[in-house]
Design a protein around this ligand. Structure first.
Ligand SMILES: N[C@@H](CCC(=O)N[C@@H](CS)C(=O)NCC(=O)O)C(=O)O
Length: 208
């Protein structure tokens, strides 16, 4: 299998963490979707990383779908609970975390436009999503160290990936003093090999 990623991408990181946690061998191809004619455009019509090319040559994209695919094809260790309520909790947490990352990406891209074309109102709108989303994740964690009875699963992975992405691309949000439970979660999970090996690394963002 081959996974096409970008080094800073939190969506790709979710998948890379899952591959390592499940011990799945997979070639990793580094791409930059923001440059001219990136490889990803030839395999994902939406032009976004990550995309997975399976053993049979099928192409799967959007990180949510890839995560589900890995869970079905490589069920051990489980990263999404089978129980319906717990499963929805993991998916909901993932959706909020991805939404926060979407807002961070949009702010970063706004910063690549000439200053006179940048919209303060747009950046404020995205910033509100980041704050409200983080508040929601903290509420859902409710002082615990996991969202459900599963110790480490999609919800915890998506949360730690999102928090480290905030520290990487939106460091003006000093969330740690405000959210000690999230701070404890990140300090425990981010030391796993799967997280240490996949830390976000910057890439060129061309002017738009
Ligand atoms: N919902 C998608 C989001 C993927 C995404 O936004 N990837 C960004 C990089 S972090 C990208 O490739 N953007 C290129 C573009 O928007 O053209 C997923 O979960 O896979």
């Amino acid at each position: 299998m081959e996974l096409v990623i970008a080094r800073p991408s939190p969506y790709a990181r979710k998948i890379r963490v899952a591959l390592i946690e499940k011990g799945i061998p997979c070639d990793i191809t580094v791409d930059n979707p923001w440059l001219q004619n990136p490889r990803i455009q030839t395999i994902n019509p939406i032009g976004k990383v990550p995309a997975l090319i399976t053993h049979s040559g099928d192409i799967i994209h959007d990180s949510k779908v890839i995560f589900e695919y890995l869970e079905i094809m490589f069920p051990s260790p489980k990263l999404i609970p089978i129980n319906g309520t717990e499963r929805i909790t993991h998916k909901q947490v993932e959706a909020v975390c991805d939404g926060i990352c979407d807002a961070v990406v949009l702010i970063a891209m706004e910063g690549t436009r000439p200053e006179e074309n940048q919209s303060v109102a747009w950046v404020d709108r995205q910033t509100r999503k980041i704050y409200a989303g983080t508040e929601e994740i903290n509420k859902r964690l409710n002082g615990k160290q996991s969202f459900t009875s599963m110790e480490l699963g999609l919800a915890e992975i998506a949360t730690v990936v999102m928090l480290e992405y905030l520290e990487f691309r939106f460091s003006e949000f000093d969330w740690r003093p405000q959210y000690p439970t999230l701070s404890k979660l990140i300090s425990q999970i981010s030391q796993r090999e799967s997280f240490l090996e996949t830390k976000p690394v910057g890439q060129t963002l061309p002017q738009h």
